[in-house]
Structures are given as C-alpha cells and as structure tokens.
Design a protein around this ligand. Structure first.
Ligand SMILES: [Fe+2]
Length: 212
C-alpha cells in the first residue's frame, strides 16, 4: 500500500506450473489486477462521500452499494495474493513431507493429514463459485477448513489463511472443462509451496509461545 492509501498490484514470479498453464496464470494475474484497481476506485469513491463527515440520506443507497462491493473487491485482491504466494514456480513436490510442521498441525487438528486433505479437497469440489481455505485459529493454533462463497462470505474474522485455493472456474477453464475441477485440484496440490505455507503457520506458533 502506498502512502496515499492506494494499493499497487504485486508482480508474481510464477510460471511453469504442473497442469496449470502459463496462459491461465497470465489471465489470472490480469483478473487480480482488476481487483486491486476496483479496491482503489471504491475506496476513493467512498472517501468522497465521507469527506464532509456525514452521509446524507440521499447519498445512502449509493454509499451502501459501494461499501458492499468493497468487501467483494478487497477480499478478491487479498485472497489472490495468498493464492499466488502459496504456489511454487516450476511446480512443487506434492504432499508435504512426514513430520513437517504442516503435517503435525493437520494431525493435531484432524487426526491425520489424509483426513485434513479429504476435507480440504471435498470443500474445493463443492458446487458454486468461491474458495477453499485452510485457516489457523490464532487462539489455539488449530487448523480449520472453510468454504468461501465469492470472495467475502465465510471468512472467519481473525483466523489466518494458511493454504488458499481458488476454485472459481477462471482458475482452470483454459486447462480443464468446467466439470473437471477435481483434476485442477490435483494439479493445485502438485504445485503447493509448502515452505510458504509453513511460514504462515510459524508466525502464529511464535506469537503463541511468546504469550505463554
Ligand atoms: Fe481467481
């Protein structure tokens, strides 16, 4: 974010994924830039409404609509950054290694990594437009998986996104048919940057032990 409060779209050094083409990524980066642009536009328009320190009754419908859209665009921007960041250029190595921090967190929260994965993949296959997100509860360190409708409905306040998977059709439509979402999810797993995912986990673990 710049000093005047506007966001600049980030550049992601991401290409050569397994089963997700560079064309898809290029198109997806453009879509992400659209979310950044709209977040800035809406923030600016809303600031026009409030700069006289009141929202007049006749301004209320337009102000309300802009503010509702802000939740959509803002989450669209932020979630795409998490998503691109948790993918590994040239592809990853599949599931995380046994004994890794993520596997340990999945085991203590779900019983096993396989059960965690069954839940996360199951959520990813749900019909509708949205995201599958594995969050960590900062209060107790536990992982939980959630379905997010569009970008903004279902996010748990205060929980930290650990692994974020876009399951909007635009994430895979150039590579797979709409009904082939399971194949895209398989491809997603073969490209996860587990190091990045685990860094997200560690930040919370560190904060917790500092409080203990
Ligand atoms: Fe997307």
């Amino acid at each position: 974010m710049s000093s005047n409060g506007t966001y600049t779209a980030r550049e992601f050094n991401l290409s050569g994924l397994k089963g997700i083409s560079d064309e898809t990524l290029e198109m997806h980066f453009k879509l992400y830039e659209g979310y950044v642009k709209e977040t800035n536009n809406l923030t600016e328009k809303i600031s026009e409404f409030i700069k006289d320190a009141k929202v007049d009754q006749e301004e209320m419908p337009a102000y309300s609509e802009l503010t509702r859209r802000l939740g959509f665009e803002y989450n669209g921007m932020v979630l795409h950054e998490y998503y691109f960041d948790n993918l590994k250029s040239r592809g990853g190595s599949g599931d995380p290694s046994q004994g890794s921090d993520f596997v340990k967190a999945a085991e203590s929260s779900f019983g096993s990594y396989e059960i965690w994965k069954t839940d996360f993949v199951g959520i990813g296959k749900m019909r509708g437009v949205g995201w599958a997100i594995c969050y960590q509860n900062p209060a107790n360190g536990r992982l939980s998986n959630h379905w997010i409708t569009l970008h903004e409905t279902g996010n748990v306040a205060g929980f930290v996104p650990i692994l974020v998977m876009d399951v909007w059709e635009h994430a895979y439509l150039l590579d797979y048919k709409p009904a082939e979402r399971p194949k895209y999810i398989e491809a997603f797993f073969s490209n996860i940057a587990w190091k990045t995912v685990e860094e997200r986990l560690k930040q919370i673990t560190g904060a917790q032990s500092a409080r203990a």
